[in-house]
Write a protein that binds this ligand. Sequence first.
Ligand SMILES: [Zn+2]
Length: 358
Amino acid sequence: MTEIRPERCQAPAFPPPSIVDYRPRSTLVTPQHPVPKAKFPAIDFHGHPQGLLSSAEQLASLVAALDALNVRVMVSADNMSGDRLVRTLDVIRNSPHKDRVRILAGVNLSNVGPGWAEKAVSQLETDLKAGAVGIGEISKGFGLRTRKADGSRLKLDDPDLDPFWEACARLKIPVFIHTADPAEFFEPIDAHNERWLELALFADRRYPADEFPRFEELMAERDRLFARHPRTTFVAAHMGWHANDLARLGKMLDAMPNVYTEVGAVLYDIGRQPRLAHDFFVKYQDRLLFGKDSFQPEEYPYYWRVFETKDEYFDYYRNYHAFWKLYGIDLPDPVLKKLYFENALRLTSGLPQSGWPR
Ligand SMILES: [Zn+2]
């Protein structure tokens, strides 16, 4: 309840605007430094270019958009395998833009049971031979929805998957994995939920307890999976959904040197804690990869601005999704380079390795 002080502050005298309509104009005047292009060439490790890789013309339009943002390489994380992967690689190789896109291979996690791992490893070897550079994105369906051959929920740490993760270590490729969704999506949708409006707008973001495993259950399964395969390199998408608790994420990175993390779609958490986030990015500068997730070119500059400037109190690009403003975290150049390209290059030998600023 809003405070009521007798004689001074009362219940609203006018009908309050709805949560959907209330968009106050900020009167704050501060220096503004929009950043249309990244300061250093970037690798988008979490790309979903989708249709834009299907023909030479589409690819040319993707590359033009990437040029305007200073994204030098997009890593497609569209879970491609077999014929579709080969066809897409052909489009890229027969174009003038060979080194602008790389592709992660998909893995089919349906019907895991006896014989699954041998088949999956053999398909992975085929896909890597064709030109894939890693695995991903393993989607949030793994853990939330995917069923085993016997009908039970496929847990992230299911031992039937072990030979596959070990093969990824032997083949020296990163595994890019998205687990669960923001913790608030699993919580009651009430006036205390900071994602209330988003949850009211998007039915597919709600994970009621009677239908889905709980957030912490999924995190525990994920952490056991990462810990059981210390030779396998995992990149946890979306900062593992711990960008709102950087101490927890730091503990995870300290405990598991094989784990890296990617910053896509959690800018609203990075930019609301500029001092802590700055220190975290400096401390864990070797463990963070840039990625954007959904391909909307006009949204990348918000990332550059948060990472590169000291700007204060500016808007995020989704106004149903964060009821707060963002601040720049002002990263030093050596950290920006690691975040934008150096870490991705180190983890992924199949990325174009030359021609980067050093
Ligand atoms: Zn994704």
